[in-house]
Each structure stands twice: as C-alpha cells, then as structure tokens.
Design a protein around this ligand. Structure first.
Ligand SMILES: [Zn+2]
Length: 263
C-alpha cells in the first residue's frame, strides 16, 4: 500500500449530481432517522454517479492503475470496483457483527471517500468493515463529523501507509506492531496466499537484478535502471520493493552464503 494523491478537484459528476443526491439523502434521513437506523428504510445508491467513467478514470490515474490497497495491477483481467473507504450502506466494527446502519450514506459520492480496488480486496476482505480505535466516536449520520473518528484502517489518501506497514521479503508486517498497520493487513487480506505468491515472484526478479549489479555483470547498468523503475509508485508492489532495497547493504551480507570448501 502506498500514498495516493488524488487531484484536489473532484470530477464534475460528483460536484453536481453527487452533491444533489447527498442533499436529498440527508433531507430524507432527517425526516425519518429511526427508520434508517433500524434498517426499515434504506438508501438506494446510484453507481452511475460514484462509478461514473470520469470518476474511475481519475482514480485509475491517481492510483497508477493499481489497486489502492494491495498494489496489484488488475486492468488486464478485471474492471475493478469503485470502493467506498467509509462503507456507504452499513458498517461493521468487526467481521461477523450485525451491520451498523444506515452507513456513511452522505459520503457515497464524496471524492475523498472513493478509491479503485481489485475485487478481492473489496468484496472478499474489506466489505463493510470499518473499525475505529474508539467505536463511541463513530459518525452515525450526516450531522456528525467524521474527522472526530480515529479509523483503524489506513486511508492511503491521508496516511502514508509505508510508515505503518513494511515487509519481510514478500510478507507485510506492522512496523513496531502498530495497531493501524495490523488492522489494515488483516482487514484487507494483505497476507493472502495468492498475493504472497505474486509478490514472491516479483521479488525474485528484484533479487536477480540486484545480483547482476553485485556481480558487476556487463548488464549491471540496465539492471540498475530496471531496479530504479521498480521502486517507483507506478510499479506493482512498489512498497515491498522499496522496503526490500532499503536494507540492501545489510541484506547483501545477510543473504550471502558461505562458500563450500572445495575438495
Ligand atoms: Zn487489491
């Protein structure tokens, strides 16, 4: 997971139709707050607004065509989901709990609340999870202030995920065991087997390039350029590659095996 910098200006559809829909939902909630909190009434959300092509396009660009959470590039096999950081239709503090209603309906078309993610991060793992460190501070309707909340999940548009999560080889871990890193790794399934396998493959290429440089191979210059590229935000798993190479001189001595005695 890396920091994501979205353009400050939201796409027009969110500023116009999205803002209008938000006002309508806020007014509807104010007329019948109990019905919405009990689930007797619920909001209908228009994916033509939050997942409008201009929104998707702006998010894809800001995210370097990677999943906001696992940093996988998926465009060649899947459309991906426009994901609401604060779940629009109901939240859970923990998996298995009943859904807290009505959810963050007033943020359904809010630029700051939207990301593009792969379907696994969104539908298999995060779903309606939105745990807070202090659950009593949760904003329950549009009159309450989400900036009072202390979310456990890292928001890649606000937090710098690399100061919370690092990697041992392909395996992510929370730096100094911090709670937000732990919660994020767990909630988003950042240690799932398939992802570990992809990262491991990626890392084996990083290691091979590094080896060429260490051996002063004739291709070392090209290898050095390639390693530079692989640490840029637009590359898959850039946070892992950066974490791995950050300790390079140390890794180099640690991973060099003693030569076997000949004869
Ligand atoms: Zn993902």
């Amino acid at each position: 997971m890396i920091r994501i910098r979205k353009p400050a200006e939201p796409p027009e559809v969110l500023r116009t139709k999205g803002a209008k829909a938000r006002r309508a939902m806020s007014a509807a909630y104010s007329r019948a707050p109990r019905s919405y909190a009990s689930g007797k009434r619920s909001f209908e959300f228009d994916s033509n607004l939050y997942a409008h092509e201009t929104v998707k396009q702006a998010l894809r660009e800001a995210q370097h065509r990677k999943c906001a959470f696992c940093e996988s590039k998926f465009a060649h096999i899947s459309y991906g989901d426009v994901e609401h950081f604060r779940p629009k239709a109901g939240w859970r503090q923990e998996g298995g709990e009943a859904l807290g209603r009505p959810g963050y309906y007033w943020l359904a078309y809010e630029w700051a609340n939207l990301f593009v993610s792969c379907t696994l991060c969104n539908q298999q793992f995060k779903k309606n999870l939105f745990p807070l460190q202090t659950p009593e501070r949760r904003a329950r309707n549009h009159k309450e202030d989400v900036t009072e909340e202390d979310p456990l999940l890292l928001d890649p548009a606000v937090d710098d995920p690399e100061t919370f999560i690092s990697f041992r080889e392909e395996v992510p871990y929370a730096l100094d065991g911090n709670a937000r890193g732990e919660a994020t790794i767990h909630a988003l399934g950042l240690k799932r087997d398939e992802l570990l396998e992809q990262r491991r493959k990626h890392l084996s290429l990083v290691k091979a390039l590094r080896r060429l440089i260490e051996l002063r191979d004739p291709e070392a210059e090209e290898a050095r350029n390639q390693l530079q590229r692989m640490q840029q935000d637009f590359e898959e798993y850039a946070s892992m590659t950066r974490a791995f190479l950050r300790g390079w001189p140390r890794n180099r001595s640690a991973t060099r095996r003693p030569r076997k005695q000949q004869g």
